[in-house]
Design a protein around this ligand. Structure first.
Ligand SMILES: Cc1cc2nc3c(=O)[nH]c(=O)nc-3n(C[C@H](O)[C@H](O)[C@H](O)COP(=O)(O)OP(=O)(O)OC[C@H]3O[C@@H](n4cnc5c(N)ncnc54)[C@H](O)[C@@H]3O)c2cc1C
Length: 558
């Protein structure tokens, strides 16, 4: 099996045998980082090996194991250390700190691998009768504490419900242009099967290789070409969901005025309303042509204004990704090999400086796909419009380089943690009119909070941002921040930053998440976004579908 659990890292990103490849840029990268973080030296901080981890024993008793054996074959139930640890957390910074630290609480008492909807329903009944929590687990790539294997004090234990055996593409409807698949199918498996028939879903999050159809829907995710294909909630056509109260079917209807659209309730439900067993998404003929290119703006805010106008004029663009000055600097330095710039690059830099593009411009990557002529027209018109807003056209190289490394970059986080450096991300969205203020406030909050935590050490944090998804009325901001970890104070450092960031987001009237979701980490602030009535409505929906609160306790709603 391609995604057999022993092939995956249990405490980091991706394949067990794959690590970040600097491709000869090691020296310049570490130098850049040491300068930006004001670090005297890098301290090795290896992760605790699996065999040294201290974990509580499984609470599953022999009678429960026997009852499970009536629902599943023995190989579908795992309770060895590696399986329990791999399913204990997702892949946020606090998750990784927990997994690497040596002592781990909140891990599943067993991991169950259902093969079909009937087995999921039987597991829900079993969890109900045994007062166990059930945590749906897709790829486990949640970065908001969405799969943490925790239960309430009144529950007797936790089962992680891993959907990876439910990985079949069930149907391609070439008339209606939809596809139906089991929820545990991973991104590459789904796309390979669709593309072999000439179609695509068009959903490629950075976690594409290690996330699943069910997880995309449950977390309301977004891929890098969301401007063309939409977010997952826009793609969702139908679903089969298993709840403690029975099967919940959401039928395929292109549009309906039969009351509110319940598919929009399922999207973003984070496993608390039911287990998605199957889902139908829209598909598109594979685009014959693709193009992506880079543009430089004199600064981030002028780029932001150009994007707003481009999007509001209805210019069709699959991908728009505008980095701020810090991220642009990082991307250029990251690509750079040691040694002086070659002559053509130096000449371009001199020319740009003479045209008012400072040392720290802002990079926009723009991409389109479709019919050959559509893409050619796009390239011409977009270039023209962006140049009218002061952009300098760089050509396709910057976009190619980003595209090539986008799925390998997450491996870098583990390498940095091995050297005592934390990297975390957060994302939000708001209306265009609020966007410049939100950007500044959140950037300042992150920088101030990180630096405050480090004041005794003399080090500092590094914060960078990009706009990743655009709409006529607003856009999302995606922040990445890095900082040295202080031994023994890692969680306090992180929590202070996270709390300050969430408070700023709420104060600015932005959303707690554009595409990562709420999970455990954002749950304390959800009331501020949804209001009392909104929260009551969500709680009532959970009570209707899962009156005992079996599913994913502590996520989305606390
Ligand atoms: C390096 C990295 C890059 C990322 N990039 C992106 C990005 O570009 N865009 C983006 O949107 N997200 C991104 N994410 C976040 C994450 O990958 C997404 O939230 C993804 O959709 C989760 O899918 P998963 O299969 O891994 O779900 P999991 O992490 O396993 O689960 C996520 C949530 O959904 C629930 N769930 C999972 N499967 C089911 C099911 N079948 N039924 C009911 N509930 C279920 C879980 O209980 C949990 O609450 C990134 C994460 C990482 C670590």
């Amino acid at each position: 099996m391609r995604y057999a659990r022993e092939k995956l890292k249990w405490n980091g990103w991706g394949w067990q045998d794959q690590h970040f490849d600097f491709e000869g840029r090691d020296t310049s990268f570490w130098k850049f980082l040491q300068t930006e973080l004001k670090l005297q030296s890098l301290s090795p901080t290896p992760a605790c090996p699996l065999e040294n981890l201290e974990v509580p024993a499984s609470r599953l008793n022999p009678a429960q194991a026997q009852a499970l054996a009536k629902i599943l074959d023995p190989w579908q139930v795992k309770s060895d250390l590696r399986e329990r640890v791999l399913h204990a957390r997702g892949r946020s910074l606090p998750d990784l700190l927990d997994l690497r630290s040596g002592t781990l609480q909140d891990l599943p008492d067993a991991v169950v691998y259902p093969r079909n909807a009937r087995q999921i329903q039987a597991l829900l009944e079993f969890a109900h009768s045994e007062k166990l929590a059930l945590v749906p687990f897709g790829g486990g790539s949640s970065v908001v504490g969405g799969v943490q294997a925790s239960c309430r004090a009144d529950q007797a234990g936790v089962l992680s419900l891993d959907l990876s055996l439910m990985q079949h593409l069930l149907e391609i409807d070439e008339v209606s242009l939809t596809m139906t698949a089991e929820a545990g199918i991973y991104g590459p498996e789904l796309e390979e099967k669709l593309q072999a028939r000439g179609y695509t879903v068009g959903h490629t999050p950075q976690s594409f290789e290690f996330s699943t159809l069910g997880g995309w829907i449950a977390a309301r995710g977004a891929g890098d070409r969301s401007n063309r294909y939409g977010k997952v909630e826009d793609m969702l056509v139908a679903a089969k969901v298993l709840t403690p109260q029975g099967e919940w079917l959401l039928p395929a209807l292109p549009a309906s005025a039969a009351g509110p659209d319940l598919r929009q309730v399922l999207a973003g439900s984070e496993g608390i309303l039911g287990v998605i067993a199957e889902a139908t998404l829209k598909i598109h003929p594979l685009p014959p042509a693709q193009d992506a290119r880079g543009f430089l703006f004199r600064n981030f805010l002028s780029g932001l204004e150009a994007l707003r106008q481009l999007v509001q004029r209805g210019a069709p663009t699959a991908m728009l990704r505008l980095s701020d000055e810090a991220e642009t600097q990082f991307l250029f330095r990251f690509r750079k090999k040691a040694g002086p710039d070659p002559l053509p690059q130096r000449l371009i830099k001199q020319y740009l400086a003479s045209q008012g593009y400072t040392q720290h411009p802002a990079l926009l990557l723009a991409g389109q796909e479709g019919e050959q002529t559509e893409v050619q027209n796009w390239a011409r018109q977009t270039s023209k419009q962006l140049k009218a807003h002061g952009a300098f056209a760089l050509g396709p190289k910057a976009a190619e380089s980003w595209h090539k490394s986008r799925y390998s970059t997450p491996y870098l986080r583990d390498t940095l943690l091995d050297h005592g450096i934390a990297v975390e991300t957060l994302e939000t969205a708001c209306e265009w009119r609020k966007l410049p203020a939100l950007y500044q406030a959140l950037k300042d909050t992150l920088q101030t909070q990180i630096d405050q935590g480090l004041k005794t050490s003399g080090s500092q944090g590094f914060v960078m941002t990009h706009i990743s998804h655009c709409y006529p009325d607003g856009a999302s901001l995606y922040f990445t921040f890095a900082f040295p970890l202080l031994p023994g104070q890692e969680r306090e450092q992180y929590q202070a930053i996270k709390t300050a960031a969430c408070e700023t987001i709420v104060a600015q009237g932005a959303t707690l998440s554009h595409h990562h979701g709420i999970g455990r980490d954002h749950a304390p602030w959800l009331q501020a976004e949804k209001g009392d009535l909104g929260m009551a409505l969500l709680r009532q929906m959970r009570k209707t579908l899962d009156p005992e609160g079996i599913l994913n306790p502590g996520k989305l709603l606390d």
